[in-house]
Design a protein around this ligand. Sequence first.
Ligand SMILES: Cc1ncc(COP(=O)(O)O)c(C=O)c1O
Length: 397
Amino acid sequence: MISLNVSERSSTISYAIRDVVEYARKLESKGDQILKLNIGDPLKFDFNTPEPMVDAIINAAKTNFNGYEDSLGNPELRKIIAERESKNNGKIYFEDVVITSGVTEGVQLVFGATLEPGDEVLVPGPGYPTYTSYATFFGANPITYRTIESENWNIDVEDLKSKITNNTKCIVLINPNNPTGAMYKKKCLEEILDIAIDYDLFIISDEIYDRISFNNSFVSPASMTDEVPILTFNGISKIYLAPGWRVGYMAFYNWDTLFEIKEGIMKELRARIAANSICQVGAIEAYKSCEKYVVEMVSKLKERSEFAYKRLNEIPGISTTKPMGGLYIFPKVELEKRWKDDKEFVYEFLRMKKVLLVHGSGFCPVYGKDHFRSVFLPTIEVMEDAFTRLEEFMKAK
Ligand SMILES: Cc1ncc(COP(=O)(O)O)c(C=O)c1O
C-alpha cells in the first residue's frame, strides 16, 4: 500500500472562515438549525445575481461559447476593465489587465511569481487570511502590520515601516478591509506610497469591495502615483453578486521596471489555461449594464451595517467600530474570565445559541484576538434575532 506524507507546504494552510464551518456541520447533522453569519457570500441571503448577467451566461452557453478562453482573459472584458480602472483610478491599458479565477487565484499567481523562501510580505492585522496562507505556502513569511481599533482600524504606518527588512518584497493593502470595515484615507495611503518608494517595495491593493463604500470615500492608491508598482485586485464576486462564478482581475500599474515578474505571471496564466469562459461573458454584462444593482445593494448594506453597529454596541460586553465599507463588522468582546479566548467564545456561542460567527484571531492572532467577525448581509429581522441571542448569551455567563 502506498504511503506518502503531506507536503509541508500544504500542511501550513489554514483558513479560519471555513474551519469553523466544520463544527457547525456537525451540529447540523444532529438536527440543529444554524444561523450563519460567518461567510461573505451575499447569495446566502436576500441578494440575487443581476438578471442581465445570468441571461448573458445562459445565452453564451447556448451559443456554444464553451471553449477555452484566452489565457489572459476575454479581450472584451479586459478592455472594459482597463476603461473602468482608467476612469476610476489611473490610466491603464488593455495589456495591463488579466482575468483570473477570482482574486484568490491572483494572490496565488503573484506570490508564485515574486516570493522565494525567506522573503517577507507585509499584511494587515487583522486581515483576510488568504494572503497569509499563500505567502506561507510559497515559503515566505507573512509579517503582520498593526491596524488601530481606536482609530477606526486605520493603519499604524510607523509600525508598518518598523517591520520592513531586507527581505520585504511587498505591502498588502485590503481596502475596504475584511474583517474590520476600515477604509483608508488619502493621507495614510500617501505615507505608505512614500515608504514603498523609499524601500523599493511593490504594493498589492485588494479592492474587491471598492464600490461597497458607505460614504463614497474609497480611494485607490493607483490613483495617486505613477511611480510605485501596484497590483490592483478586483472582481465580480462581491460587487456584482457572483462569487461562485470565480471571475476576478489583476491590473498592473507602473510595472515597467518589473516586467520580468509580469512575464512570470503571464507564464503561470498560460500554464493554468484560462478562467471560465461563459462567466467572463457574464462579467462583461456586469460592467456594461448592472450599475443600478450595485447602487441598490450598497444602499441595503449601508442600512444593515448601521443597524448592526447600533445593536451590537447595545450589548453589554460588546463594543464595535463603525464599518465604512465591505460586508463585515468586527466587534470586541470582553472575555474576562468567562472564556479562554475568542475561539472558545465563538464555539460556545454556536453550541448554545446556534449562531455561527468567526473568531477574530483567525484574522490575526495578535491584533484580531478578543474579537469576532459577523457579516451584516442578513435582513434586519434576522440580525435582530442573532444579536438578541448574543445578548442573552452574554448576560447568562
Ligand atoms: C479581501 C478579499 N479578497 C478576496 C476575496 C476573494 O475574492 P474572489 O472571490 O474574487 O476570489 C475575499 C472574499 O471574501 C476578500 O474578502
